[in-house]
Design a protein around this ligand. Structure first.
Ligand SMILES: Nc1ncnc2c1ncn2[C@@H]1O[C@H](COP(=O)(O)OP(=O)(O)O)[C@@H](O)[C@H]1O
Ligand SMILES: [Mg+2]
Length: 411
């Protein structure tokens, strides 16, 4: 059975064993350090804090080691508010799970501890530190920046294991392996460019490779050339530029993977900027036709919960829109979708109005709803008229100038 094409290559081709990791990263000491920590761990020992830049294999190593030594891995995300209560339950338990095949050790993995708060008592660093001290189960943690002062107490109870950016040679080696498995003949130079752009981040390199090489039998330097023009965080403008200049359907579809925007937001961006990009009426009509089709499918997908329709939404809004061009791509200045601006403004107004109601409610002993229906209309009249007691009212209700101007504007 062939794997469906939307499986990310970071999953499909991730190393499955310690040996495979070592083959890629060489004799990196962090692998042995972590294995030894786990092997020697007993209640009262320190936790392990794996740290280093994103995409270098921290999570990966924990997963692979757990699997290889037959530990039951319990992965928790530190920024999840439920994590602390789950942890509390776990740390007190026996460190072994009894299964059909005998006793199996547990390993708790708390990922992304940078996200922990330093001060709050619930779910904060302090709570985790206490749990580490009493845990009957080994706890591993991962962080990008462990030197943040708020993580200091955590460092004190942990064995520190450093991960560095991966070397070019390691990244290229892995990319070559993936190409071989996918049946892609890749130019060394093309892989070199991808690896170079990744700046030591394997996740980013593999994602880039998938974006440029999936479905191809050959990968050349010209296939990857557009990666160069990109900075790592895709800005909407770059996404649009790539979309409108795409010469082939595949390239147009590819922008969806590159983009940090979700498809609905991207649709707004395209909608706003179509008339700027396409000035020829024929091009414009065609492009709007495809965008409208995308919108129809999007509506159907959401109404009927038919998520498989998403591929048509994406095809229409990317490949359809890109292939509508007749004339060559020309540089265009794009602009922010008006609809998003209006929505943001409306949200701001609602929040402001809410805040005014709150103040009236507490001063006049009313519900906020009553304040809104029975007081605000009068305040509008007062604030619109010249003179009157505006100053005193503002002072009494502690309204700031933005609140005052809201009351002035709407009647
Ligand atoms: N040393 C490595 N060898 C091969 N692939 C790796 C390596 N490190 C990371 N990757 C790839 O990058 C992906 C993300 O790695 P991950 O362990 O989640 O990074 P981190 O936790 O450090 O941010 C993995 O799923 C894997 O596909
Ligand atoms: Mg991770």
């Amino acid at each position: 059975m062939s794997t469906p094409s939307y499986v990310p290559w970071t999953e499909k081709h991730k190393p499955r064993s310690i040996a495979e990791i070592k083959e890629i990263v060489g004799e990196a000491d962090y692998v042995d350090k972590f294995v030894n920590w786990l092997k020697n761990w007993k209640p009262g020992s320190k936790a392990a804090l794996l740290y280093g830049p994103p995409g270098v294999g921290k999570t990966l190593l924990v997963e692979v080691v757990a699997k290889e030594f037959n530990y039951e891995l319990i992965e928790l995300n530190a920024s999840d508010t439920r994590t602390e209560s789950v942890l509390r339950r776990l740390v007190g338990q026996s460190s072994k799970t009894i299964s059909l095949y005998g006793a199996r050790g547990k390993l708790i993995f708390l990922d992304e501890v940078d996200g922990l708060s330093g001060t709050e008592d619930r779910g904060g660093v302090g709570a985790i530190v206490e749990l580490v001290k009493v845990s009957m189960v080994p706890m591993a943690m991962a962080a990008n920046d462990p030197w943040d002062p708020k993580l200091r107490p955590l460092r004190d109870v942990s064995v520190m294991i450093e991960f560095k950016r991966l070397r070019m040679t390691s990244i290229i080696k892995h990319l070559k392996k993936i190409c071989a498995r996918e049946g892609i003949i890749a130019d060394e130079k093309a892989l070199r460019i991808i690896a170079d752009l990744a700046e030591g981040d394997m996740r980013s390199a593999v994602n880039d490779l998938q974006a440029v090489a999936q479905g191809k039998s050959r990968l050349t330097v010209s296939d990857v050339s557009w990666l160069r023009a990109r900075n790592r965080q895709y800005q909407a403008f770059d996404v649009l530029r790539m979309l409108f200049s795409a010469k082939r359907c595949d390239d147009a579809r590819g922008v969806m993977n590159m983009s940090a925007l979700d498809y609905e937001t991207l649709m707004l961006w395209i909608d706003e900027n179509l008339p700027r990009q396409y000035t020829d009426p024929e091009e414009l009509a065609k492009a709007y036709y495809y965008l409208a089709r995308a919108d129809v499918f999007l509506g159907r997908m959401k109404r009927r919960q038919r998520w498989e329709l998403l591929k048509y939404v994406i095809d229409f809004m990317t490949a359809g829109v890109a292939t509508s061009k007749i004339r060559p791509y020309r540089f265009t200045k794009y602009s922010f979708p008006q609809k998003l601006l209006l929505m943001a403004r409306a949200r701001q107004m609602r929040a402001l109005r809410e805040a005014i109601c709150e103040r009236i409610a507490s001063k006049c002993h009313l519900s906020k709803r009553k304040a809104s229906t029975e007081m605000i209309p009068y305040l509008h009249v007062i604030y619109e008229a010249p003179g009157l007691a505006k100053k005193d009212i503002s002072k009494w209700l502690r309204l700031d100038s933005s609140m005052e101007s809201l009351l002035k504007k709407q009647g």
